[in-house]
Ligand binder design. Sequence first.
Ligand code: FES
Length: 177
Amino acid sequence: MNESLPIEQPEISRRQLLNFLTGATVAAAASSAVYPFAKYLTPPAEGDGSGAIVAKDKMGNVIPASQILSEPPGTRALIAGLAGEPTYLTVQPDNTLHSTGIVNNCTHLGCTFPWNGTAGEFQCPCHGSRYDERGSVLRGPANRPLKLVRVAVKDDRIWIAPWTDIDPRTGETPWWV
Ligand code: FES
């Protein structure tokens, strides 16, 4: 005797179908509105095409943000940034990292230079150019501001990304873009 169990066909009412379609539409609209905001808040991932990298020391070891943030406010810490360019990061009074990094590459002829904390200037030893704390030229022969990068911290890692927006010091498109 062949007693097979009846197979129930799932039924979906017109109301259920409409509810489903409406919900899917709302979810799609909400995600499209949230995505740009979430993307803005999320530090870029290395290799995501944005050009962002994790900050390292000159030996190629990742530098934890906590290591730099253990230094006193006002510290200018050098890390290996984009394309290995030495880049200054600034510890702020609230013990966070400034969101702007300054590339240690004199715009005159490319020398590297120290931060003079007493004078509050970057002072190039090669031909005497000086820059203020934001990298604007105080004295030539350099005639362009220092290159900027973006800085973000997530999970104790420091992310360095290219600066492609308007240069806040000049109000113009940056010379390096
Ligand atoms: S390379 Fe810096 S002043 Fe000439």
